[in-house]
Design a protein around this ligand. Sequence first.
Ligand SMILES: [Mn+2]
Length: 318
Amino acid sequence: MSSHGYETGRLNLPFVGIATFGKYPYQQDWDAIEADVAVLGAPFDFGTQFRPGARFGPRSIREASTLFSFGHGGAYDHEDDITYLPSETTRIVDLGDADIIHTDTEQSHANIEFGVRKILAAGAIPVVLGGDHSVNIPCINAFSDEEPVHLVQIDAHLDFVDERHGVRSGHGNPMRRAAEKPYVSGLSQIGIRNVSSTAREGYEDARSMGSDILSVRQFRKLGVEGVLERIPAGKRYYVTIDIDGFDPSIAPGTGTPSHGGFTYYEGLELLDGLTKRGAVVGVDLVEVAPDYDHSGSTTTLAAQLLLNFIGRILHHRK
Ligand SMILES: [Mn+2]
């Protein structure tokens, strides 16, 4: 399955074979992870306040990711003149999914946290496929024994609600839960716009708890370099990407779309810059709901963005 032979063995075109993430090997034994990056599915969507369906995100992103697995020995980028993800040395595994218990948020989140802890214990970088944005809560919980992280969020929504009707672990709460952690040193919340999961007090709370909030229009005025300069340099970055940070014209397949979002290259250039500014130590990409994604452009965006981000993380890390 992972054969990248050119003229020998199988051609292994993208539509052939089992759809693991990027067609990298499936590692079923979470006590035997030997990799630089381990991909974990978190197919949980009971945290949504509008359209559900992100439980099908991990499977659909895996399927879309096969398009970028042509077996040319890596991903050559002619603009950078770099072959990212060189097949000789790239160690990525797909762990499959955390187990999800229907109606039980606490146990489902615990199962996600368990998987991320296994990845960190193995010295690999976790890349978690959501799932709704609440899956970021167990991902951040899993970093409790690690050195501090600075959280970078791409999202249309601030997701900084403390509690509503007793709910503290829905998809409108994760950035608040993260900001409460002593090992989260600060937050950069980028792409925030329009009617949000969060009221005015949430914005005030976020700023007082160490958050820098930028809209898409503010991002464009500053330019990507100006935005990067506002993110503390030399840190360990945990990056959470809500696909609704991107524009619904390219990412309609999500539960709460919001017009005025990012283009692909705005996202990639920000992520590329981050990999040169510090160490990316964890990633999640959430809120892909394939039932609303009739052309497949959302899942293609998610897969393309993640593979290019992972390639740059591995290339630029010290
Ligand atoms: Mn979100």
